[in-house]
Design a protein around this ligand. Structure first.
Ligand code: ADP
Length: 210
């Protein structure tokens, strides 16, 4: 309601009152939009923790391809390139795993260096009955002292004006990975890109096929 009515005010009255009014309506529209974004992200975060996992056999190639197609507009707007190796099929909750890839790939695109377009690559290796997935980018990187903190709710290293966001995406990723019995970590050097690595255990039914 708040978002719709402030948008209606903007459509009907921008340019008809004074300059201050235009500015105030603009702030209200922007605030309502951000509040909606925040509520949606918090709901996703909460559902990831409460909803029972719907375990299925999931082809991660298809998940990543789907995410790349969903992010089509962001990818073409920023002339990004997202590539992947041949990825495994495993057991997991397809909705949550898709969300995981979506957040990591979208961050790889978003946090690119101004002078170079984003390149994001997804790969996976199998070791000791565990898949380790990597999502690597050539972006701005993260200072070592912040590398733990970014997985907590609302922790962001930049202003919204530099890079938009709510600071909830990586907290969602951590929760998804941990609910699947894995771990997530980051390797990064400022100016030299970032690699997020997460593990997913190979479950018995699937071990026969690998
Ligand atoms: P948001 O993207 O909404 O800011 P996230 O929880 O996804 O929130 O990320 C938290 C913070 O971690 C980001 O604000 C950014 O500072 C840092 N970050 C996440 N991914 C990357 C990345 N690929 N490269 C550089 N910094 C990143």
């Amino acid at each position: 309601m708040v978002a719709s009515y402030t948008q209606l005010l903007a459509r009907r009255y921008t340019g008809k009152l004074d300059e201050d009014a235009d500015e105030f309506i603009g702030f209200a529209v922007d605030g309502a939009r951000r509040m909606q974004e925040l509520i949606n992200d918090l709901l996703t975060y909460s559902r990831v923790g409460t909803r029972a996992l719907q375990l299925e056999t999931v082809d991660s190639n298809r998940l990543v391809d789907r995410v790349v197609s969903d992010l089509g507009a962001a990818i073409s707007d920023s002339q990004a390139e997202v590539t992947r190796d041949d990825l495994p099929t495993l057991r997991g909750d397809p909705t949550q795993l898709r969300q995981l890839f979506q957040n990591l790939i979208a961050n790889g695109i978003k946090f690119h260096r101004p002078e170079e377009s984003a390149r994001v690559h997804v790969s996976a290796v199998l070791e000791h009955a565990t898949w380790t997935f990597s999502v690597s980018d050539n972006g701005i990187g993260i200072e070592p002292q912040y590398q733990e903190r970014i997985f907590a709710l609302f922790q962001r290293l930049h202003t919204r004006a530099d890079y938009p966001g709510t600071g909830i995406g990586l907290a969602i990723c951590k929760k998804i990975v941990e609910r699947h019995g894995g771990q997530i970590r980051v390797n990064s050097a400022p100016g030299h890109g970032t690699t997020f690595e997460f593990t997913l255990p190979v479950v018995r039914a699937e071990m026969r096929t690998v």
